[in-house]
Every structure is written in structure tokens, then in C-alpha cells.
Design a protein around this ligand. Structure first.
Ligand code: 4AD
Ligand code: MG
Length: 461
């Protein structure tokens, strides 16, 4: 008999008849002569109630089930008399597939703290929160691919091991080799990997520079993969390993890029609202009771656009006392970003034209010679969710900026070549995938929207 997923049972208009259901026990409740087992198989937030009568040969097995056991059940789907569930299954056969000792199984039918759940990363997918998070994350990933596909973008896979530092600043993880059959005898004798590649290599901080190579041939491309930063920031929105989506568009300037970013975010939010209603209702109930209305509001309104200079003026005139004082030339801190989106404007804001000193070498220099064609999208409650720019397409200006930034121009020969051979205006951005999921679900800590968070002092298996 073919397995039926619980989501199918609940989305059907009428009882599905005889089915095979397999999953994990959430709870069991026994009353006289009858046992009710709530089973979840991860296809939906909802548990399916399995009813086992005393006359059933499987009754003793059902009666001994505890949270976390895995079961296989066949039986008839019937209308449920119980509250809050349309259907239940009247068990014909029930098998225990794998037991879970209630003395040691760490999950119980109660709300566990996020901190506790992080300590059991191998079991937390079985909680309602993590199941919902994983389904929403998957839906967002799907929406990202379908948005770009609809717009004729090609998906490009860029390398994880790289020799260049795409952001021209910050800390990277270095790649080393280790012969497990012949481990180093003492600390510090590890081969730094140079023998292998013939040069130092790192885990990528961004696929942008490689994406530019392909944009200058295929026109519209995007990457979607893991990126790594060795920043020692222990905040609720930084990870050492996170996923980034990076579109790169040829024959496109800053305005076109801002349009793309706005359309992109609205598409993702719209997709989630349409396809993840049940999970979103859950997040709305337990994590942020305004999240659904906020997302709907964003889909229906226009993002605000201001320049960095206007943002600084707003902050200076705000009368707020910030921990980091603001003045022209200083990078916006998360408290500034949050003031702008939450208190001042109340919806996402696109801030453009930052001072060149605080942005990467590849951003296009504006005519004022002081600012660059940078673009950050700030979201209420999160701050920066997208960072991007128009790229410097003029070879001579780029060379000057490389030198000013203290970078080795010989190592960037290929990047300069793209300007010397058939250069075109082009622009792109990076969307932080986890920050997006954080925003959509209202989950406050970034460690709780990625299956296996990597943060300083933390890389559980
Ligand atoms: O602003 P960032 O550093 O931009 C770039 O890397 C560009 N090369 C992107 C491009 O233009 N193609 O990073 C982009 C986004 C940020 O806006 C943020 O959402 C996310 O990536 N991000 C992080 N997310 C989690 N943890 C971290 N440590 C992050 N650093 C950046
Ligand atoms: Mg940034």
C-alpha cells in the first residue's frame, strides 16, 4: 500500500478511505477502552489523530506509545468528532517502527526554549516551530528560483573555495589540508593548503565577482549558495555560514536594481502568504502577531527610497540618542537602520549612494566623487536584508579604486579584463536568505531559522 502524507488527508474535501500513514508520535492519551495517538509526518503542522479501540490486536502497542516513537498505521479516514480536526483515522493495523524511551527523550508536549532546542539540533526538526520553519524556508527557496526563472535569469554555481576576497574587507576562513592518516604531531604544523592549490585559498564571502563574469556573457544571472564570514559577531542576525542569493544584471543601473530588489522581495512574501498559510498562522500566533498583516502591507505598498545623505539628516534631526553617534561618513549601525524603518518610515527602505570610504572597491563612483552607487534594503525589525550596488564598469576608475583600497591589482587582472573587453553598466545585490526567513517568520534569532547554525564557539556536528 502506498503511503499517504497527512497534509493530503487534511486538504481533501472528503475522507480519503483506507490509507497508510507513517510518522512520529506527538502525544498519546488513553481513556477507557480507547487510545488516541497524535501522529505527525512533517508534511503539515497538524497532527493526525489515530484512534485505536480496545478490541484491536494493536491496542497494547498503541497504549504503550510515547512522544517520539515512530509508527506505521493503516486504517480508514473518518470524520472526526473531536474539536479542531476535520478527519481522524480509525486504526486497523498499527506497528511500532522505532521506540523512544520517555525517560530520556528530550522533547515533551510543552514549549521548549530556543536555547534548549539549539542544544538538540538533531531532534529540534520534530518540533512545531522547526517543522514550520523548515517548510517556510523550503518555500522561500522555491520562490527565489521561480522568480528568476520567470524573468529569464540563469542560475550560476559559483565556487565555495576561492582565492579572492570579494568584499575587499572583513575576515575569511582559510582552507587548509589535513592528511588524516598522517595527522600533524603538534599544533601549528598544519599545511596551510598552499601546497594543494599553489596559493592561499578561502571559503567564499560572496559569489558576486564570479557572477559578474557570467552576467557579462549571459546578461541576467543569479547565484544561491552558502557563504562564510569569520566575523566574531555574536548577534541575533549574524552567522559564520549563511546562504546568499545574488542576482547580477548586465545593462542595468542603480534604479533598475532597486526595482528588481523590490519586486523580488514582494514576490517572495506573496508566495509565502499564498502557499504557507498554515505555517504562517502558526508564526503569527506564537512569534509575531503582526507578521501576516505586515507582509500583506509590504506587498501592497511601495518601498521608500532615500539617499544615505538624507538618512543621516533624518537621524541627526530625530532627537534620538544612539549608542553609536551618527555623522556623514559613518556607516549605519543596526540601531540607525531600525530607527529609519520602524520609527521613521514604518516599512522597508532602500538607502542609496553611500560614502565611498565605507563601501567596497567595486561599487560605481558617483559624479560627486564622494559617494558610490550602493544600495541597501532595510527591513523593519531586521535592518539590512539586501546589500548591493551598481558596479564600476570603467576600467580606469576601477583600477584607481583598487589601488586606493590597497588591493593587489595583479590578482584582480580578470576583473579588470571584464572592463577592458566589452564592458557594460551592470548591477547586482545579495539577499541574506536567513535574514529573509527571519523577517517572514518573526523568529527573533537567526540561529533558529537555519537547520545547523554556525556561530563563534558553536558548530554542533
Ligand atoms: O552586504 P553584503 O556583505 O554584500 C555582499 O556580499 C555583496 N557582494 C552582495 C552583492 O552585491 N552581490 O551581504 C549581503 C547580505 C546582507 O544584506 C545580509 O542580508 C546578508 O547578506 N549577510 C549576512 N547574513 C547572516 N550573517 C552574516 N554574517 C551576514 N553578512 C551578510
Ligand atoms: Mg552590506
Amino acid at each position: 500500500m502506498q503511503r499517504t502524507r497527512i497534509s493530503e488527508i487534511f486538504s481533501s474535501d472528503s475522507p480519503l478511505g483506507e490509507v497508510l500513514v507513517q510518522g512520529w508520535v506527538k502525544t498519546r492519551r488513553s481513556s477507557r477502552a480507547i487510545t488516541f495517538v497524535q501522529v505527525n509526518d512533517g508534511s503539515t503542522l497538524r497532527d493526525l489523530q489515530v484512534v485505536v479501540d480496545e478490541g484491536n490486536p494493536a491496542y497494547p502497542v498503541a497504549n504503550a506509545l510515547s512522544t517520539g516513537c515512530s509508527v506505521s498505521v493503516t486504517g480508514e479516514v473518518v470524520e472526526s468528532q473531536g474539536k479542531g480536526q476535520r478527519f481522524e483515522i480509525q486504526a486497523r493495523e498499527l506497528q511500532l517502527v522505532g521506540g523512544a524511551d520517555p525517560e530520556t527523550y528530550p522533547l515533551q508536549k510543552k514549549r521548549h526554549t530556543p536555547e534548549f532546542l539549539r542544544e538538540i539540533a538533531h531532534l529540534r526538526p520534530r518540533t512545531n516551530t522547526f517543522g514550520a520553519m523548515a517548510r517556510v524556508r523550503s518555500a522561500v527557496a522555491f520562490a527565489i528560483h521561480s522568480f528568476f526563472r520567470e524573468r529569464g535569469f540563469q542560475y550560476i554555481q559559483t565556487p565555495i573555495i576561492t582565492a579572492s576576497d570579494a568584499e575587499g574587507a572583513g575576515s575569511m576562513f582559510r582552507v587548509t589540508t589535513l592528511d588524516l592518516n598522517n595527522p600533524p604531531r603538534r599544533e601549528g604544523s598544519v599545511d596551510l593548503g598552499e601546497d594543494f592549490f599553489g596559493r592561499p585559498t578561502f571559503l567564499t564571502v560572496s559569489g558576486q565577482l564570479e557572477a559578474e563574469i557570467f552576467a557579462l556573457a549571459l546578461s541576467n544571472v543569479y547565484t544561491f549558495g552558502p557563504t562564510f564570514r569569520a566575523e566574531n559577531s555574536n548577534t541575533s542576525r549574524h552567522l559564520a555560514e549563511f546562504w546568499m542569493v545574488e542576482p547580477e544584471v548586465a545593462f542595468c543601473e542603480l534604479d533598475g536594481l532597486a526595482e528588481l530588489a523590490e519586486d523580488f522581495l514582494k514576490y517572495i512574501f506573496g508566495h509565502v502568504l499564498e502557499n504557507c498559510d498554515e505555517d504562517m498562522q502558526f508564526f503569527n500566533r506564537w512569534y509575531n502577531e503582526e507578521i501576516i498583516s505586515t507582509l500583506k502591507g509590504i506587498v501592497d505598498s511601495r518601498f521608500e527610497r532615500i539617499t544615505y545623505t538624507e538618512a543621516v539628516d533624518m537621524l541627526l534631526q530625530s532627537g534620538e540618542s544612539f549608542e553609536f553617534p551618527i555623522s556623514w561618513g559613518v556607516d549605519l549601525q543596526s540601531e540607525h537602520e531600525r530607527y529609519l524603518t520602524e520609527k521613521r518610515i514604518g516599512r522597508p527602505v532602500i538607502v542609496t549612494d553611500y560614502p565611498k570610504e565605507i563601501k567596497a572597491f567595486y561599487m560605481r563612483l558617483n559624479d560627486d566623487d564622494r559617494t558610490v552607487g550602493a544600495m541597501d534594503v532595510l527591513a523593519p525589525g531586521i535592518g539590512e536584508i539586501i546589500g548591493g550596488s551598481q558596479r564600476e564598469e570603467r576600467g580606469d576608475v576601477l583600477l584607481r579604486r583598487l589601488r586606493e583600497s590597497g588591493l593587489n591589482e595583479e590578482e584582480y587582472y580578470w576583473y579588470l579584463d571584464l572592463r577592458n573587453y566589452g564592458t557594460v553598466p551592470h548591477a547586482g545585490f545579495g539577499l541574506g536568505f536567513e535574514r529573509t526567513v527571519q523577517f517572514i517568520t518573526g523568529v527573533s534569532n537567526i540561529r533558529d531559522v537555519i537547520p545547523f547554525p554556525r556561530t563563534p564557539k558553536n558548530a554542533e556536528f
